[in-house]
Each structure stands twice: as C-alpha cells, then as structure tokens.
Write a protein that binds this ligand. Structure first.
Ligand SMILES: [Zn+2]
Length: 436
C-alpha cells in the first residue's frame, strides 16, 4: 500500500478540505480520511490536490501542427489540408513516437485519461497493414507507456462528404464499408482495464446515416463519440442533403443516448439542444481548438441547463491545458452573452474530472474516493500565477495553468515530471513527420 497526504484536496464532491490521507493499493484508492498532519510513511503532496483530468477529445498527431497552422491566415479547411500533410506521412512507428510524446505532455499537465478519436487506420495507399489494427495498437501502447488510461474511439470514416468517395490521404481513414470497420474494430483487444475500446462516427459528412445503427451497435455499452455541428458549413450541407440538422439526423437514426458524446456542439438550434438533453448525451467542448479554428462559441450554458453533461477536450492540441479549457467555457460565455458567472468553478472541475471519465467509459475515475482510480494531481499554491489567489476551486479554474502541476499520480503510479525530457521527445517526434 502507498499512502499519500494532501495538504489541501478537492475530492470531487465537497468543498476543498485541509489534510487528507489517501491510501492506494495497486491502481485504485482503497481509503481516504481527514488528518491535519502527514503520517510518517506518507508521500506529502503540498498544494491543492484534485482528481486526475480526463481529456475527452484528442487527435494525438495534431500536436505536430502547433505553431505551424497559425503561421499564415487560413480557414478551417486550409488548416485541414495542413493536417492531412502530416496524416499522410505517419506509419505505426512514427505514430507511436508522436502519440507517446503528446501523451507525456498531457500527463505533465494533470491529464490521466484520454479519449483518442482515432481515424488514421491504414497505410498511405489505403491498404490495411499486416495487422489491420497496427495504428490503433500503436496509439494504445503510447498511452500505456506514458502512464495514461485511454479510450480508443475507433472512428468510422467512409466519405469525403455526404456520400462522395474518399480522396487523397482520406484513403487511410476509410475501411470501405461500415461492416469492414466493425469487423476490424471487433478484433481490437484492450488487454486490461486501463484501455477501453469505443466507437466513433467521424461526422455526418463522413458516414451515411444508414450506417449509424451498425456502428452504434458494434460495441454495446462502450462510449460512442461524433464530431457535431462544429462549422455552420457542415450544418448547411446537412440540411441540404437530409433536410435535417446534424443532431436531427442522429435522432432520426437512433444514435442519441447516454453513451454518446457530441464533440464541439457549437452551432445548435434549440430543438437540437432539447434532443441532446432528452437523450442524456454528453457534449465535449474544446474551446482552445474552437477558438484557434474560429469555429465560434457553443451554447454550454443552454446545454447544461437543459440537462446535457459538458466534458472537455484539447482536440487539436493547439494548447494542452485543461485548466485553460475549463475557464474558457465560462469566459467565452461571458464574451458571447455579456454576462458573468454562468459556470461555478466546481462545476467546471467536475466537467474536467468525473464527468469526463464517465463519458470515456471509466465510471470509476475522476474522484478522490475509495474504489476510484488512484489519480492525484497537485497544484502549486505559491507559483507566480497562483500565489495570493486562495486555495479553493476558483484558484484551480481561474488562476492555475498546466505549468502549476507539481505532482501527478496516474493509476497509482507516481509520474516523473521531466519537462525537459518530454520537450526533447516532442521535438524529435515532430521533426520526423513535418517538412517545415
Ligand atoms: Zn476532433
């Protein structure tokens, strides 16, 4: 058994407490109790300790684009072309190295579980590798080696847009038919409780609605994710093709439900919001990516008020900092509505911890409580950013950044926070797959 003592702790349910002993056996917490002073054998965690963060929407290889797609003016679609350049060069080995470095960066920032929306399946010509799941397996191994739990959201992508055939690098994404996608995914074996295999429909653009029931039914009980209404152009094209909004199309084909996370959910009608709420869906907001891509500001408050659970993701990894994502939900809402205080800090922390873990299929994650995964993330209360800001949930959400994380315990394992080493790994992995 390993014993930790948190100077201050937010466990996920109550207010911040002073002095908390956390006892860990293997990967899970077995007991917690209040104690003002650290017991002699405890690992002392000075600062505010919170549960591990869940990054619910990641494309690990997009990390190679940071600082590159911002160089010139461009649209969402020109960004996508740059992204396709990197996507065209990855093989299982370089994919592993880039994902490993990216996931190690995540762990440094307090992320202990990731939802990888994975669509890079085949070789550059679109042919399956000898192991048809070589790319997915590389991503899973990278997460394990970085110390992260992963929900591999294996993504079905069959069309370049509303039934049009895939083109260029998209050949790598496509299994040809939903049946072949299901058969490949069915062969993936998680190999332990730290890995969950879930399903994803790339978007209403990339998969025909008649295939949705097969995809949704392929992995019963597992998480199901989809990009939804990120750009007005997608909504317009969907209305033109199907006479319905993307949410309406999902509703018509039985995809909405409490396993489903809709990613972005930026441009929704009030009927869309009601449909998502009625079905008890999750909505995964990725504010730093959405601002980078000029997507717009999604209706987080209206969704939450209707009963949709908000979760968070760093998506394209323009930034990997869930503290920034948390406060962006509230601060973007302020700009959009000219009103302050729609989101409480504790509710944003819940979105980044317990709710996020649930949406990825890790129901026993995101809280410091017996029976939960032993994930502890400690924030420095004396950094230049956090000193003098108090030691409560508001400090964590509105003052702290990923750079203030001083200790990470992930699935019971104490992580060595080697910032320089992770920087070197990132530089090496990215240099190998970019051309400029
Ligand atoms: Zn995405």
């Amino acid at each position: 058994m390993t014993t930790f003592w948190c100077e201050r702790a937010w466990t996920g349910v109550e207010e911040v407490v002073d002095g908390l002993v956390v006892e860990v056996v293997g990967t899970h917490i077995v007991a917690t109790r209040a104690l003002p002073e650290p017991p002699g054998d405890a690992i002392r965690l000075a600062g505010l300790t919170i549960p591990g963060l869940a990054n619910c929407h990641s494309h690990a290889f997009h990390r190679a684009l940071r600082g590159r797609t911002q160089r010139e003016r461009g649209t969402f679609w020109t960004w996508r072309e740059t992204m396709y350049g990197v996507a065209g060069r990855l093989d299982p080995e370089s994919c592993y190295r880039l994902a490993l470095a990216t996931y190690k960066e995540m762990v440094l920032t307090g992320i202990t579980a990731v939802g990888e929306f994975h669509y890079l399946h085949h070789d550059p010509a679109g042919r399956p590798y000898a192991d048809p799941n070589a790319m997915g397996t590389a991503v899973i191994e990278a997460a394990r080696d970085a110390g992260l739990r992963i929900a591999l959201l294996d993504t079905c992508y069959l069309s370049s847009g509303f039934g049009a055939p895939v083109a260029g690098v998209q050949a790598r994404f496509s299994d040809g038919t939903a049946e072949r996608w299901a058969s490949r995914v069915g062969a993936l074996r998680p190999g332990g409780p730290d890995v969950i295999v879930g399903a994803a429909i790339h978007s209403v653009r990339a998969v025909q609605p008649s295939d949705y029931p097969l995809i949704a039914g392929a992995l019963p009980g597992s998480p199901l994710h989809i990009h939804l209404s990120e750009q007005p152009a997608e909504n317009e094209a969907c209305l033109e093709h199907y006479g319905r909004t993307p949410t309406g199309v999902l509703a018509d084909h039985g995809v909405l439900g409490d396993r489903l996370s809709v990613v972005h959910a930026t441009h929704l009608t009030s009927d869309d919001i009601n449909e998502l709420a009625k079905a008890r869906c999750y909505a995964t907001f990725c504010p730093t990516t959405e601002r980078d891509l000029a997507d717009g500001v999604g209706p987080s408050v209206a969704l939450a008020a209707a009963g949709v659970t908000i979760t968070l993701g760093s998506d394209s990894h323009a930034v990997i900092d869930l503290f920034e994502e948390m406060r962006a939900v509230e601060l973007d809402e302020r700009l959009a509505c000219q009103r302050r205080g729609s989101w409480r800090a504790a509710d944003l922390l819940s979105a980044a911890t317990a709710a996020g873990h649930r949406s990825l299929g890790f129901a026993d994650g995101g809280m410091i409580a017996p029976g939960h995964w032993a994930d502890l993330v400690t924030l420095d209360l004396r950094s230049p950013r956090t000193a003098g800001t108090g030691s409560g949930t508001e400090m964590a959400v509105f003052a702290a950044s990923a750079a203030d994380v001083t200790h990470v315990v992930a699935s019971g394992r104490v992580i060595d926070l080697d910032h320089r080493g992770v920087g070197d790994l990132l530089a090496e992995a990215i240099d190998a797959v970019v051309t400029s």
